[in-house]
Design a protein around this ligand. Sequence first.
Ligand SMILES: Nc1ncnc2c1ncn2[C@@H]1O[C@H](COP(=O)(O)OP(=O)(O)O)[C@@H](O)[C@H]1O
Ligand SMILES: O=C(O)C1=C[C@@H](OP(=O)(O)O)[C@@H](O)[C@H](O)C1
Length: 294
Amino acid sequence: MVVDMDGRAVSPAAGTVLNALATGTGSAFAIDLETTATVDLTNDGEIEASIADQPDADTTLIEYCAEMTLERYAEDAGLDAETVGARVRTESEIPMAAGLKSSSAAANATVIATLDALEIDDAVERVDACRLGVQAAREAGVTATGAFDDASASMLGGVTITDNTTDELLAHESVDWHALVYTPPEQAFSADADISDCERIAPMADLVAELALEGRYGEAMTVNGFAFCGALGFSTDPMLDVLPAVEGVSLSGTGSSFVAIGDRAQLEGVRERWDRRDGSTRLLRTRTDGTRTQ
Ligand SMILES: Nc1ncnc2c1ncn2[C@@H]1O[C@H](COP(=O)(O)OP(=O)(O)O)[C@@H](O)[C@H]1O
Ligand SMILES: O=C(O)C1=C[C@@H](OP(=O)(O)O)[C@@H](O)[C@H](O)C1
């Protein structure tokens, strides 16, 4: 039975600077498309989950997020971890499996909504809550490295650089960019990416990491884009559509979206080239705030 404890949180999507599939080091930045999670606590010990308008989508990730958050924090909130359960629901404007980190946003929003329902969200560091969602993503099998790069950008806002082998935050910076995002009609699930092909471009990924750590995010993205389009078998044509007018452009994650950054006039000037392609193009802003309760 639902008890009178509920929580709600909103998380942003993210775009890629460096894909972590080559070396474990990754970098991403938050953008203003959102996923909302609502959690109602129960006293029947069961976890149930649903995704609005997607009756066939896999809910394992958000179930694990709620379950692992309750296992870890229910007793801190004065509840019995054995009997507390949750009904979880997400609603999202982030296209799923399109490289825009729908999984990280869903995980972060669910963890923070669960902490909000437990009334202890202010007592838990955001970065620790993020690591819990990353662990749930590993156990749900929706990620190759855990994707702490994407999850930290969505949790903290701004741009982050991370080591996904240790879930360590190497850099975090607030940025105010405009972002043009092209999403083709095809989905590309991260769990299906060929990691061994990505590992072959490790020296390029090291170069991208150096550029990003120097704050040269645009150049880092463009090098990342050419390298990972090659490794993952995506055409570089969408990148060439917008170069050299933009500050940087890349395949986002394992695809299928491409993300370009620059000032608004630069991006508006090239938007029509992506509009001509099948799929959708959005002109967005980066987000300096990350996941928040609502
Ligand atoms: N709104 C959502 N609610 C629950 N789970 C979601 C949601 N969005 C994505 N997911 C989970 O994330 C998986 C997709 O992850 P992934 O392939 O990494 O794509 P993305 O690049 O969009 O994160 C889905 O199969 C699903 O398990
Ligand atoms: O599964 C993973 O570990 C990752 C998936 C990729 O993102 P997408 O989920 O957007 O494809 C990549 O950019 C990220 O650095 C690591």
